[in-house]
Design a binder for this molecule. Structure first.
Ligand code: NI
Length: 382
């Protein structure tokens, strides 16, 4: 009895142990199964999240291209930075390219603003160059806008500068008129040039004497020697039209007269940068048709040296100029005649000794209004 009880007890304990072990085994298996399943789930979620990140990065990049604000660009860059290296590459390249475009557009905008401030030719060129860098399709629309903006800015700057120049010229003329009012004035005028040899010689003499004169140049000679016209203007002389090729205007139709006067006027002004309002008809020859043929005022002379007649005779040219001088005189000479050019230093020194002040024709006209000058024909049309 005792023995059997003892055995049964032992058997029971064994069964309990086995059951327990079995239980543990089953529990562990279940637990492991759960764990495996759980890990797979986590991985799946991670992949989904990464896919989502990739899509977001791409959308952000697309948005940054469409609306290239700093915020959009930064957002796209942040998302790209979170991607794996191989996925980063293509989107990063597009973003880097966008950054280049945006910087170029910003630079062009800055350059236009700088031009608006500085108003210099160099800053205009810089703005044009900055816009020219915008060559991609992406920048096309901006380029059109910026070109228009630059054109508007340029027009504004030019209008301002023209107004300022006009104001300065008016003030200068007023100042000169006051300055010259009570002085003995004389205007030397030189016709039929420019000549590539005698005119530069004359310019050197005038510079040495610090005297400004008026050139009445021919259009065809100005076309042949444009640099001489530019040099005359650069030295501060007045340069006006003497018609294109020295025809007697009274023999021409109204249209031909206009053409003769204005073609030379336009060319000479474009070379000199001046806006003259006067011209001199060849031979001093004009009629009522001539007066109506152009908006310019014909200017003749009150003292004729007849220099062209006295070939090689410098002393007589000096004598004729000095003896015919008077207050308000407009003296006629020719810069194509070497003997006349040789006479100029003596003419200037003798007239300076007599107290004369040398002016251009336009300065004379401002200082001596119509009717007060010798010879009623001097400012014909005034
Ligand atoms: Ni002439």
């Amino acid at each position: 009895m005792t023995h059997s009880r003892h055995q049964r007890k032992k058997h029971m304990r064994f069964t309990i142990i086995i059951s327990f072990l079995t239980f543990l085994l089953i529990a562990a298996s279940i637990g492991f199964g759960f764990k495996v399943e759980h890990d797979a789930q986590v991985r799946k979620e991670k992949i989904a999240a990464y896919q989502k990140l990739k899509v977001s990065a791409q959308s952000a990049e697309t948005l940054a291209y469409k609306e290239p604000t700093d915020a959009n660009f930064k957002k796209a860059q942040d998302l790209v930075n979170q991607l794996e290296k191989t996925d980063q590459k293509p989107i990063q390249e597009k973003l880097t390219q966008l950054d280049v475009y945006l910087k170029q557009i910003d630079s062009a905008k800055d350059a236009i603003n700088q031009y608006a401030q500085a108003k210099t030719p160099a800053s205009l060129t810089a703005a044009q160059n900055a816009i020219n860098l915008l060559t991609s399709d992406y920048e096309k629309t901006q380029k059109t806008t910026l070109l228009q903006q630059l054109a508007n800015t340029k027009k504004k700057v030019e209008d301002e500068q023209a107004a300022a120049a006009k104001k300065a010229a008016a003030e200068q003329a007023k100042k000169e008129a006051a300055e010259f009012k009570n002085k003995k004035l004389v205007a030397l005028t030189f016709d039929d040039g420019p000549n590539p040899i005698t005119t530069p010689t004359l310019l050197a003499e005038l510079k040495a004497a610090n005297v400004k004169v008026t050139f009445f140049a021919l259009g065809e000679e100005a076309q042949a020697y444009p640099n001489v016209i530019k040099a005359e203007a650069a030295d501060g002389h007045e340069v006006a039209s003497h018609t294109w090729d020295h025809k007697d205007l009274t023999t021409l139709s109204p249209a031909a007269q206009n053409q003769e006067i204005m073609s030379a006027h336009d060319l000479i002004n474009s070379l000199s940068g001046q806006q003259t309002t006067i011209y001199r008809p060849p031979y001093g020859s004009y009629n009522d048709t001539t007066l109506a043929a152009s908006p310019l005022s014909p200017v003749l002379w009150s003292a004729d040296t007849n220099d062209w007649k006295y070939v090689g005779n410098t002393p007589i040219v000096v004598q004729n100029a000095v003896s015919s001088a008077h207050d308000g005189a407009i003296i006629l000479l020719h810069d194509i005649d070497s003997w006349s050019v040789a006479a100029v230093p003596s003419i200037i020194s003798q007239l300076k000794a007599q107290g004369y002040t040398f002016v251009t024709v336009s300065q004379m006209m401002a200082a001596r209004p119509a009717g007060t000058v010798h010879n009623g024909k001097v400012y014909t049309g005034y």
